[in-house]
Design a protein around this ligand. Structure first.
Ligand code: NOJ
Ligand code: MG
Length: 576
């Protein structure tokens, strides 16, 4: 009997093992986005660089980061601060050299932090050799970009259609040399590559292979919905896009509905092809899985296809922008609960959720939702099931920095005007990282920095926050430590709005303690009965993480059926 049950146990174990082996490192990882210009400047020119990142990798270790994705570091005239790549195979001298990058990789390996690069497939810089050759009509490169001679109306030459670029104005720019218009979904200095040309796809796959062989563990893919435009008709023309009647400014991107220039079905297949490259390289190089993080602002049903379709694998991490795009200061607990469910309930079986609350294109959490909600949103990010993605500085509670029109450098804002730039500018979220209360916030020892420092840097910085028990940074670290608990790693989640003001969710795994995250979103004192929404709680619960609004402390006990919450209090409780 005993022998039989041992045999049964080992059979069960054996059955369980392959499942465990499928648990990739990324499935409950903490990703951290570094914006290299603003992370750490090692040479005093006021712009962050690779050696700066290498110096500070230990900080990422301190806060428990698994992998970091770097916004573009490649050779670039910096018209869009690196999202205009002139050489996909080289490092821009502003950031350092290939040797510096190798050193960064080596140090990251020692610290067991994975490096992920930004991959910008949609476009290159107009200073890229490929574009110059294409413009010159060289046979190999002639069709690397999207060209059209335009149309002539009343004797005047005009672009081929009405398409408008994301950064305002026509999506077409005339090229004197080639005597044709070229397409650019973003700046004129960012010509779109022609994905209807198989050679382009192969060239871009080679770029992926090159960096994977150097030792990076994957890519964040930029602007995925824009990669394909609709195929030209038999006369080589593309249709106009329909009007969005709600917008009256004909230069503004939102003036049209982008049915022919975004979310074309071929894009999904391209992501599957990129994933195949990753899997080929997994086989070639061995070691841990390589991952794809995809940046697509798209409807949920499209996003879910990025994961894969049953026969093809796709991106392991299609960024989940549900929260980022849809919550504001007025959002209530029902809305939060619905947004969390939107992702979890629509995700294909076997996939993992990811939670993104900030990036270099979006207003910071403290400015968007209020500084008194920073810890709560970090709690969501780190206690929901799956992957957390954190933009640099959110863990210390950096907020947007107001920058005048005169000092604005972001092309998205500079293409507009003094009246509108504040709505468009991304400079406020890209200011130098705040390391300490020393000169230039410890970011640089130069005389100036490329964007102004936040005026609150003497209060909001890593050095100071390390010493304050309930600082944003220390709460972040406690949350990170808690993620090692089995229920956090592998447990289920049950989400509940308890009235409009309180969001709560429970993480549980049979045989282990459950954890309940509870957030009082607004300014009333709230008394809640957790037994009314969650089953199997112990009658008393223990506080394991509190924020600075709490009157209770870590390790205090509370009754599950009468939890009292202070205004904006956010806590994690554990069963006993
Ligand atoms: C998305 C990037 O995040 C943004 O910063 C950039 O301007 C555009 N793509 C164009 O590459
Ligand atoms: Mg495109």
């Amino acid at each position: 009997m005993l022998i039989k049950s041992i045999a049964l146990c080992s059979l069960l174990l054996a059955l369980a093992l392959p499942a465990l082996a499928e648990v990739g490192w990324w499935r409950s990882a903490q990703f951290y986005q570094i914006y290299p210009r603003s992370f750490k400047d090692s040479d005093g020119d006021g712009i962050g660089d690779l050696n700066g990142i290498t110096q500070q990798l230990e900080y990422l270790k301190e806060i428990g980061i698994t992998a970091t994705w770097l916004s573009p570091i490649f050779t670039s005239p910096m018209a869009d601060f690196g999202y205009d790549v002139a050489d996909f195979y080289n490092i821009d001298p502003l950031f350092g050299t290939m040797q510096d990058f190798d050193k960064l990789l080596a140090r990251a390996k020692q610290l067991d932090i994975k490096i992920i690069l930004d991959f910008v497939p949609n476009h290159s810089s107009d200073e890229c050799d490929w574009f110059k050759r294409s413009a010159a009509g060289e046979p190999e490169y002639k069709d690397f970009y999207v060209w059209h001679t335009g149309k002539v109306v009343n004797g005047i030459r005009q672009p081929p259609n009405n398409w408008i670029s994301v950064f305002r104005g026509s999506m077409w720019t005339w090229h004197e040399g080639r005597q044709a218009y070229y397409l650019h979904q973003f700046l004129a200095k960012q010509p779109d590559l022609n994905y209807r040309n198989p050679k382009v796809i192969e060239a871009m796959k080679d770029v992926l292979r090159f960096w994977l062989r150097k030792g990076v563990y994957g890519f964040r893919i930029d602007a995925v919905p824009h990669v394909f435009e609709i195929a030209a008709d038999k006369n080589g023309n593309w249709p106009d896009e329909p009007r969005n009647e709600a917008v009256s400014d004909p230069e503004d991107y939102t003036y049209l509905n982008h049915i022919y220039t975004t979310h074309q079905p071929e894009t999904i297949d391209l992501v599957y092809q990129f994933r195949e490259v990753m899997e080929d390289l997994d086989r070639e190089l061995g070691g841990d899985d390589r991952v794809l993080l995809t940046e697509a602002y798209a409807p949920l049903n499209v996003l879910m296809q990025y994961y894969g379709n049953g026969t093809h694998n796709g991106s392991q991490i299609p960024f989940n922008f549900e929260l980022l795009g849809n919550v504001n200061r007025e959002s209530n607990a029902y809305q939060y609960a619905e947004l969390l469910h939107n992702w979890l309930d629509n995700m294909p079986a076997g996939q993992v959720a990811n939670w993104v609350l900030g990036n270099h294109d979006s207003s910071r959490i403290g400015s968007r939702l209020g500084a008194d909600r920073i810890d709560a949103t970090n709690m969501l990010l780190l206690t929901l099931p799956g992957i957390s993605v954190n933009y640099q500085g959110e863990e210390i509670g950096m907020t947007d920095v107001w920058i005048s029109w005169k000092d604005t450098v972001d092309p998205q804002a500079c293409q507009s005007n003094e009246q509108e730039f504040e709505r468009l500018t991304r400079d406020p979220v890209r200011t130098p990282f705040q390391w300490s209360d020393e000169a230039q916030a410890g970011f640089s020892n130069g005389a100036s920095t490329w964007l102004p420092l936040a005026s609150d840097y003497k209060l909001v910085n890593v050095k100071r926050e390390r010493g304050i028990p309930l600082s944003h940074l220390n709460i972040y670290k406690q949350l990170r430590a808690l993620r090692d608990e089995p229920s956090m790693q592998h447990g289920d989640v049950t989400i509940s709005a308890i009235g409009p003001n309180v969001l709560a969710f429970k993480r549980s795994l049979s045989g282990h303690n459950s954890f309940i995250t509870v957030w009082n979103i607004n300014d009333n004192v709230e008394a809640v009965n957790l037994d009314s929404v969650f089953t199997s709680l112990s009658s008393q619960l223990k506080y394991v993480v509190v924020n600075d609004k709490s009157v209770r402390r870590k390790n205090d006990l509370t009754y599950a059926n009468s939890l009292l919450l202070m205004p904006k209090e956010a806590v994690v409780l554990s069963t006993l």
